[in-house]
Design a protein around this ligand. Structure first.
Ligand code: F6R
Ligand code: MG
Ligand code: MG
Length: 372
């Protein structure tokens, strides 16, 4: 069984005009690095570099499996090079996501976000990459639930005999690092009981139910790193990536994209402290400017051919998403009018890793106990 791994490793290592976008030179530096140190040396088969807002994103294919230290080091070294350039040009927050000075075998816990998927490459394998800016891993909860568990979104759950058995979801408590597997449709209500609490639970992976090896059933992998929790302080939001396999027994590309048509409210946006709509955009518009947002998601569609990444197709670059984007702008307007009030501002628990507690500390000594 020949296994293929797709590794998406991303980091914010500096940006242009505050936290809005990256310079084309930063993409070039990473591309050259992956070409010379990865592809030419036979470490990776192929790669693609892009950005979503201020996050530099890599997609790499290889046969070394998940959590491979050579692959992680390859990405880490690339981010170090880009950060060096960003520092030299005095770009904003240069080096932000590289939390430690030296690489220690795996980028997890060191700042960058990771989503990796190992699978048996099918006769034809459409692989989709989604990357968000100004939001957190649980932003994928609602769309991925709809895609893999809601027949009102995904017709294949009812019509396709290869899908009707449903999917299993692995859900992570991002603070306690507890994982639970729940099967759909049987345990849909329990699944929703967790997924709705986006401040605590995030989908980690989804796979088809069945007796085949996991590498044949794997459908989605999400990056669940909580950068702020890792750092113990606010260093930007944990802008996630996700890998989704589509078609032939998995939801079709169109069914996957349909999951992003609500413009649902997610946490993040300005200072990682505000709820706003997740706007699906083309790569061209992955530049969150209004109030540092609203949060964005881009989608890249590849065909994987013996590890070669054919594509990408810029998935949200289509007029059929215009109405969603309009709704997002209307919702953004409405939410913004709440200013510093909840529910535009995130809950107290979510504010723990922002800079607000420092502000509150100052008034703490003046608070007196009363019998009110
Ligand atoms: C959100 C984000 C921005 C910054 C904001 C303040 O993830 O990165 O909204 O939080 O622009 O940035 P500083 O504190 O660097 O001035
Ligand atoms: Mg930034
Ligand atoms: Mg970002």
């Amino acid at each position: 069984m020949s296994l293929m791994t797709v590794s998406c490793i991303k980091a914010d290592v500096g940006s242009l005009s505050g936290h809005i976008t990256v310079l084309p030179e930063m993409i070039e530096i990473m591309e050259k690095h992956l070409e010379k140190e990865g592809k030419k040396k036979g470490l990776i088969i192929d790669y693609h570099v892009f950005h979503c807002g201020d996050d530099l994103e890599t997609v790499m294919t290889h046969r070394k499996g998940k959590d491979n230290s050579k692959i992680h080091k390859l990405a880490w070294d690339g981010f170090v090079k880009v950060a060096k350039y960003a520092k030299k040009r005095k770009l904003y927050a240069a080096g932000q996501d590289l939390l430690s000075d030296a690489f220690s075998g795996n980028v997890k816990g060191q700042g960058p976000g990771v989503a990796e998927m190992t699978f048996v490459e099918r006769k034809s394998d459409p692989v989709l990459i989604f990357a968000c800016d100004k939001t957190e891993p649980a932003a994928f909860n609602l769309p991925l639930f709809r895609v893999f568990a809601d027949p009102f979104n995904t017709a294949g759950l009812v019509i396709d005999p290869k899908m009707i058995q449903g999917f299993s979801f692995e859900v992570l408590d991002v603070y306690k690092h507890l994982m639970v597997k729940l099967d759909c449709p049987e345990e849909m209500y329990e699944l929703l009981a967790l997924l709705g609490t986006t401040s605590t639970y995030a989908i980690k992976r989804i796979y088809k139910k069945g007796a085949e090896p996991l590498e044949e059933r794997i459908a989605a992998e999400v990056c669940t790193e909580k950068l702020n929790v890792q750092a113990g302080r606010y260093v930007g939001k944990d802008d996630p990536v996700a890998i989704v396999r589509a078609q032939s027994g998995f939801p079709s590309v169109g069914e996957v994209l349909e999951g992003f048509t609500l413009g649902h409210l997610v946490s993040g946006w300005m200072r990682g402290s505000h709820k706003g709509p997740l706007m699906p955009v083309s790569l061209k518009y992955a530049t969150p400017t209004r109030f540092d947002g609203p949060p964005r998601v881009v989608g890249l569609g590849f065909q994987v051919c013996d590890g070669e990444l054919i594509g990408p197709k810029d998935l949200f670059d289509d007029v059929s998403f215009d109405e969603v984007r309009k709704r997002c702008n209307r919702v953004a307007d409405y939410m913004r009018r709440h200013g510093p009030f909840e529910p535009h501002r995130v809950s107290e628990k979510e504010l723990e890793y922002t800079t607000l507690p420092e502000v509150l500390k100052k008034i703490e000594p003046r608070c007196k106990k009363v019998n009110e």
